[in-house]
Design a protein around this ligand. Structure first.
Ligand SMILES: [Zn+2]
Ligand SMILES: [Zn+2]
Length: 66
């Protein structure tokens, strides 16, 4: 069981130059300078398959927390 906390293990939070707008694990915006993307359903399907919780392009929640 993973405890819910503010700590996110994703490396994007520790980088100074992040190539994506949002963190795929917690959905937090890690780079404000990158504009929100207009993603297609297909792109989201690929991210879901990669087990991303959130879309790094637009911040959409891809997986439901149960
Ligand atoms: Zn995160
Ligand atoms: Zn998206």
């Amino acid at each position: 069981m993973i405890r819910q906390s503010n700590f996110c293990p994703n490396l994007n939070h520790r980088r100074s130059r992040v190539p994506v707008r949002g963190c795929p694990m917690c959905g937090e915006i890690v780079n404000q300078t990158i504009p929100r993307r207009c993603c297609t359903d297909e792109e989201h399907a690929i991210k879901r398959r990669d087990r991303d919780n959130y879309c790094s392009g637009c911040g959409l929640q891809l997986r439901q927390k149960t």
